[in-house]
Design a protein around this ligand. Sequence first.
Ligand SMILES: NC(=O)c1ccc[n+]([C@@H]2O[C@H](COP(=O)([O-])OP(=O)(O)OC[C@H]3O[C@@H](n4cnc5c(N)ncnc54)[C@H](O)[C@@H]3O)[C@@H](O)[C@H]2O)c1
Length: 256
Amino acid sequence: MSQQGRLSGSVAIVTAAGQGLGEAISKMLAAAGASIALVDINQAEVERVCAEIEAAGGNAAAMHTDVTKSDEVNKMVDAVVQRWGTVDILVNAAGGFTKFAPITEIAEDEWDRVITLNLKSAFLCTKAVAKIMIEKRKGRIISIASGAGVGPRSHAPSYIPYGAAKAGLIGFGKLLARDLGEYGITVNTVTPGTTLTPRVRKVRDAASIEKIKQQNPMRSLVEPEDTAEAVLFLASGAARYITGVNLNVSAGNLIV
Ligand SMILES: NC(=O)c1ccc[n+]([C@@H]2O[C@H](COP(=O)([O-])OP(=O)(O)OC[C@H]3O[C@@H](n4cnc5c(N)ncnc54)[C@H](O)[C@@H]3O)[C@@H](O)[C@H]2O)c1
């Protein structure tokens, strides 16, 4: 389907835009006509994504920001408003984890790190854009959750802090959807199935990836673009009355 023009004139902030799902989401929203603030701590990668979007005729700006720090998030949102005048869409994609560990081996600082990156970052970014969206009585907030936040999966050990953070993110979305609905703001989460982004290639071996694939009802792994399509839909006018939803894009892995 041609995406051209579906988000024309919109301004979107996408966190974790330097690689993986955030990169794919940024490129798809840009192709649909949105101006994209590409937010990431990896300056080189986010500049690469920015150059690729501009080369394809899109409009983007690389914004080096640590989304776990409120002062950096607030400065980033100010910079977006200064550049493009407003914020219409926020995609909270920052998150992830680096290793599996049973509860007895999870250090307190690892718990804090994972909860902060996956959950607090969404709170900080959402808080920073909410005032703008409430004033204009329009906005789309979409966070990237995970099957780990829906419940334990049969194919892998649970990574407790990550699952707890993503469950929190799904709950955060539902509560906010109710509170912000009266202002014309929708809040949803998208839950991708296992996707072979650079980080996931590091934490999963070939055997575990094959197992996930074979256990998926559709015997496939989803691509970053599948998740990006779901985000584009939720950001577009077609989804104007869809709010408080957690949309699974998992080739059937998350049939609950
Ligand atoms: N890949 C999957 O299988 C999968 C499945 C379900 C959910 N998710 C979720 O999707 C999101 C993206 O995952 P991914 O696999 O594409 O990740 P990734 O690790 O490949 O990319 C993450 C990006 O986030 C950036 N980043 C890290 N910390 C940051 C910070 N503090 N501030 C700003 N940027 C920061 C990194 O530099 C990197 O560019 C995450 O929230 C993840 O939990 C991924």
